[in-house]
Write a protein that binds this ligand. Structure first.
Ligand SMILES: [Zn+2]
Length: 402
């Protein structure tokens, strides 16, 4: 996501190649004229950039579907089989993974549930390696492996690959990038860079790059799991804060006389809307899906319990609306499962604090079948390639799937 100002001719060219490839990756196929319009560069410059990208094999020019009779107009698009990343979403009770091609197509998916408590570091690493092997079987031969992205429910220092604090996993100062890289190298030989990201921040990235927050200036993404994570993207950048803690919305205190939180404080928002709160609210149920089934079948206790959760969701959201005045709020994880049943309670709470005409916040559900977090993990894994296509394709072809 880092966009620096170019300083010399090589930098200018690298910068422009990166822009062209990013448009094709994010927006799909485009004609040269559309690339001229988007980049503001002249036609011959765009032609030269496209030619350079075609030579690397990462893009291709093919006849477009529309156009006039006679000579078909060409469109430029990413060549799906040319490059891919492996993305993971590490949760307390499961690991989900996917191989995703340049252009964002999901090649294959994998999931490993875990029912006996959170993943320990060694166990998580082992499962990631095993999933990578499985995903590799579906990747086209010769496709360049350009990155690995891992979403973690915690505070991350991505520069040094450190999980600083993931309370619901019980991880503190774990150099997870190093663990995963070492094991990947042991199995696959050389591997591309492993990049870690906070799960909700990655959800926000996915939603503003390709989802409900496309073209929006501000997006808040909330991931409901054991805890509740938040990612806030303003003007295309995720807020990280002075120490990397920005967006820890689940630990916003909403009920000081309430329940103890895993973070050590009392009354955090996630103690009222996290998984345990929902299970506690509705009687004797083993999972959120059971509660929702009971609500659908008219169980009065489940309905009343979930309404209470809806009010707490609304209280938290009204704080976010007042703080950020966002265009879009995306409710992910179990919040997406619960929201359709408590929409009225949520809207009522937000309206109490701010009449609806004063906010244009769209409250919506995640845009991707495989989960926004996993899509966001793939986007950070593609970042090196998208920032410097020629160098990275050179380097990554050595790591091709075969
Ligand atoms: Zn807390």
């Amino acid at each position: 996501m880092i966009r620096t100002s170019p300083v010399n001719n090589d930098d200018v060219k690298r910068h422009n190649l990166a822009r062209v490839l990013r448009y094709l990756h994010e927006d799909g196929e485009l004609s040269r004229s559309e690339l001229v319009a988007r980049t503001g560069l002249n036609r011959s410059t765009v032609g030269a950039l496209v030619s350079d990208l075609v030579i690397t094999g990462i893009v291709e020019e093919v006849p477009g579907s529309g156009g006039s009779v006679g000579r078909p107009s060409l469109v430029v698009r990413t060549r799906e089989s040319s490059a891919f990343v492996i993305a993971f979403d590490l949760r307390v009770d499961r690991i989900a993974g996917a191989a995703i091609s340049i252009g964002g197509r999901v090649i294959a998916q994998v999931e490993r549930p875990k029912s006996d408590g959170p993943f320990a570091v060694a166990n998580a690493t082992e499962v990631l390696i095993d999933c990578t092997s499985e995903l590799f079987e579906h990747v086209p031969n010769g496709s360049a492996w350009v990155g690995v992205g891992i979403a973690i429910p915690g505070v991350i220092d991505a520069e040094i690959g450190l999980v600083r604090k993931a309370p619901n996993l019980g991880w503190l100062d774990v150099n997870f990038e190093e663990h995963v890289t070492r094991e990947l190298n042991a199995v696959f030989g050389a591997t591309p860079r492993v990049i870690l990201g906070n799960d909700a921040n990655l959800g926000a990235i996915a939603e503003f790059v390709r989802g409900a927050g496309r073209n929006a200036s501000s997006v808040v993404y909330l991931s409901g799991d054991v805890g509740v994570g938040g990612g806030v993207a303003l003007e295309g950048r995720v807020l990280s804060g002075a120490s990397g803690y920005a967006g820890e919305i689940g630990h916003m205190v909403v009920n000081p006389g309430g329940h103890a939180c895993n973070c050590g404080n009392t009354g955090c928002w996630e103690t009222e809307v996290g998984r345990d709160a929902i299970l506690r609210s509705s009687g004797d149920f083993s999972g959120i899906s059971n509660i929702i089934e009971a609500v659908i079948s008219g169980d009065a206790q489940a309905i009343e319990g979930l309404r209470g959760i809806g009010r707490w969701i609304g209280i938290g959201l009204s704080n976010l609306v007042n703080t950020f005045d966002p265009d879009v709020i995306v409710l992910g994880g179990h919040l997406a499962d619960v929201y359709p049943f408590v929409r009225d309670e949520v809207i009522q709470e937000i309206t109490k604090s701010r009449p609806l005409f004063e906010t244009r916040a769209l409250i919506t559900l995640p845009s991707f079948d495989i989960g926004s977090t996993l899509v966001g993990a793939s986007e950070i894994a593609f970042a090196a390639l998208l920032n410097d296509p020629l160098t990275e394709m050179d380097r990554s072809l050595a790591l091709s799937a075969s």
